[in-house]
Design a protein around this ligand. Structure first.
Ligand SMILES: NC(=O)c1ccc[n+]([C@@H]2O[C@H](COP(=O)([O-])OP(=O)(O)OC[C@H]3O[C@@H](n4cnc5c(N)ncnc54)[C@H](OP(=O)(O)O)[C@@H]3O)[C@@H](O)[C@H]2O)c1
Length: 330
């Protein structure tokens, strides 16, 4: 445990949230609106993260003590052809945020990363301590996200060293929250599959990639719990319990939608499993995206977080009921 603590209800500095219009950014807005704290939400038009001068100016102007970086270059296949842009947004921008907040007493950076930093070196769940890469086996997206993690760790290590030399105690902290298969208010696999299920009577879905679908809303809630805790800096895997394949998720989401009376054309037996090789895309995807959540569970218990730990099925069922049913009706 760290001696440092951030008070979310301290109104002297605003919270800065990057990625306002993304799935996690929108979920954060829902959680933070309940808390009535000053928050500045930034979309691409307010601060383009490829522009380091603009980012520096935003940080100096708002002087945040907590930064939540939910912005990212997430177009995984497009990134293969746009390496520079992906690197600027996923590596250089978080590096700058880390350099800034690491100098702020009790400062906290929450940053999101991904299962794409692993390249099938294991068949079992990855722990935070597992070696990432190998780099040449990762997609460009995975490489830029991994470099973002490294840059954040480096900035905080440098700040901790110089802080210790000055006898400083109010250390700043970072949390790199690695997650997978996120769905919320935005474009995602579940929405796509339900749209297709309403239009077609047969679907083919990849069945040899496994991972844990993760609710953006729950990820946002956990992010705020961690930000206010006294937990140590580091990488945390934030995924619910259980695992499935894209095919398993498609069947579950479609059957759930059907049970709520949604217009679903396709029958479960006509959702056909296919292999990754049968669905060629530009970027390499890990076959094993399964992240162990043991470390997160341990710290949530230490934080006396009483909400029961979710299973992916419960979250997807709720999502299909809440968001998608509304979207399909409109
Ligand atoms: N989605 C997943 O399955 C998944 C899985 C693992 C990890 N993650 C990580 O989780 C985090 C949040 O993901 P998400 O699903 O919420 O992503 P998202 O819905 O794609 O949102 C990303 C946001 O970043 C913004 N952005 C992109 N380029 C920008 C730029 N140059 N300047 C400023 N803003 C920019 C986008 O702005 P516009 O709205 O203007 O495009 C968008 O609102 C990311 O770090 C991602 O890597 C996601």
């Amino acid at each position: 445990m760290s001696s440092s603590s951030f008070d979310l209800l301290d109104h002297s500095h605003p919270i800065l949230v990057f990625g306002r219009d993304g799935q996690v950014g929108k979920a954060l807005q829902v959680c933070l609106s309940d808390l009535k704290v000053p928050v500045v939400y930034l979309g691409r038009a307010d601060c383009d993260l490829t522009d380091q001068v603009a980012l520096n100016e935003i940080l100096s102007r708002h002087q945040p003590q907590l930064i939540i970086n939910a912005a990212a270059y997430t177009a995984v296949d497009k990134a293969e052809a746009e390496r520079e842009q992906a690197f600027a947004i996923n590596t250089q921008a978080p590096a700058l945020m880390a350099r800034y907040i690491s100098q702020v007493p009790h400062g906290v950076l929450i940053h999101y990363s991904t299962d794409y930093v692993f390249a099938d070196t294991k068949k079992t769940p990855y722990f935070e301590t597992d070696i990432t890469g190998p780099i040449d086996q990762l997609s460009i997206y995975g490489q830029t996200k991994l470099a973002g993690e490294e840059a954040i760790k480096e900035a905080f290590n440098l700040a901790d060293d110089s802080g210790r030399r000055r006898g400083q105690e109010a250390f700043s902290r970072y949390f790199i929250l690695r997650t997978s298969w996120v769905y919320g208010d935005g474009n995602n696999f579940i929405r796509t599959i339900l749209r297709l299920a309403a239009e077609r009577d047969q679907l083919k879905v990849v069945a040899d990639q496994v991972g844990a679908p993760t609710s953006a809303q729950w990820l946002a809630e956990v992010s705020l719990e961690v930000a206010q805790s006294r937990v140590e800096s580091g990488i945390y895997h934030v995924v619910p319990d259980g695992e499935t394949s894209w095919h398993g998720l498609a069947v579950f989401a479609i059957e759930t939608a059907a049970s709520y009376g949604e217009g679903v054309e396709v029958k479960s037996e006509n959702i056909l499993p296919i292999t990754t090789q049968e669905y060629p895309v530009a970027a390499k995807r890990p076959l094993n995206s399964y992240l162990s959540n043991q470390k997160l569970k341990k710290v949530l218990t230490e934080m006396a977080y009483t909400t029961p730990y979710p299973r992916w099925q419960d979250q997807v069922e709720q999502y299909v009921k809440d968001y998608v049913a509304t979207a399909l009706k409109s």
